[in-house]
Design a protein around this ligand. Structure first.
Ligand SMILES: NC(=O)c1ccc[n+]([C@@H]2O[C@H](COP(=O)([O-])OP(=O)(O)OC[C@H]3O[C@@H](n4cnc5c(N)ncnc54)[C@H](OP(=O)(O)O)[C@@H]3O)[C@@H](O)[C@H]2O)c1
Length: 180
């Protein structure tokens, strides 16, 4: 039998949990984009249709599994999924069919998809940015966590540098492990 698969949410959020304005990110952290690339390479990514549109293309070395309720939606390089169970099934299919795949499914956002998948997420790799932006009328947020359910490790604190605000890399691991 195949080893159980872990679902990992990868997110950058402000300290007020804002993750974007609904159509894109509201900060520019080049080092964090590199970190996200490393964390996600070789994994299927489950994302919402709005996040797909904000990226605008499939990310190389990863599968883009896009959740939408629109049956007629299609985009080159994306795999459509009508619900979370289907998205997870498509992610397993991709891992099984891809020799360089890691046995890890990435919950890639945005706010609606983090909320939909949180209960099945075993680990969160978070970049917490020391700002509290408004995010505007369409602001997307990372769900509020019950910290009693999670163990938190602070991996690194990064001081502010010019335009780049201070930020911290955190790993949250679910105390009662869950696999998908
Ligand atoms: N900072 C970060 O780490 C990070 C990561 C990712 C995204 N973001 C930001 O987050 C924002 C987007 O987040 P968002 O919450 O507005 O949108 P989203 O989660 O990316 O996408 C929402 C869409 O996903 C589909 N969807 C949602 N739940 C579904 C379900 N249960 N079953 C099937 N389809 C479902 C719907 O598509 P249809 O309307 O087509 O049915 C919905 O409109 C952007 O600003 C983006 O830049 C930030």
């Amino acid at each position: 039998m195949a080893a159980a698969t872990e679902m990992v949410a990868v997110v950058a959020m402000a300290r007020n949990r804002v993750i974007g304005d609904g159509s894109g990110l509201i900060w520019h952290l080049p080092a964090d984009l590199k970190r996200v690339r490393t964390l996600t390479m070789g994994c299927p990514l489950i994302m919402g249709r709005k996040t797909w549109e904000s990226i605008g293309r499939p990310l190389p070395g990863r599968a883009s599994i896009v959740m939408t309720r629109d049956d007629s939606w299609a985009a080159e390089g994306a795999v459509r999924a009508a619900d979370l169970d289907t998205a997870i099934a498509r992610a397993h299919d991709w891992i099984a069919a891809t020799s360089e795949a890691r046995n890890e499914i990435v919950l890639f956002g945005g706010g609606q998809i983090y909320a939909a998948g949180l209960a099945l997420t075993n680990r969160i790799e978070a970049t917490v940015i020391d700002i509290a932006p408004d995010g505007g009328p369409q602001a997307a947020l990372f769900p509020d966590l019950n910290m009693a359910d999670w163990t938190r490790d602070i991996l690194e604190d990064v001081a502010a540098d010019g335009d780049v605000p201070a930020h911290r890399y955190e790993r949250l691991t679910r105390k009662a492990a869950v696999r998908v």
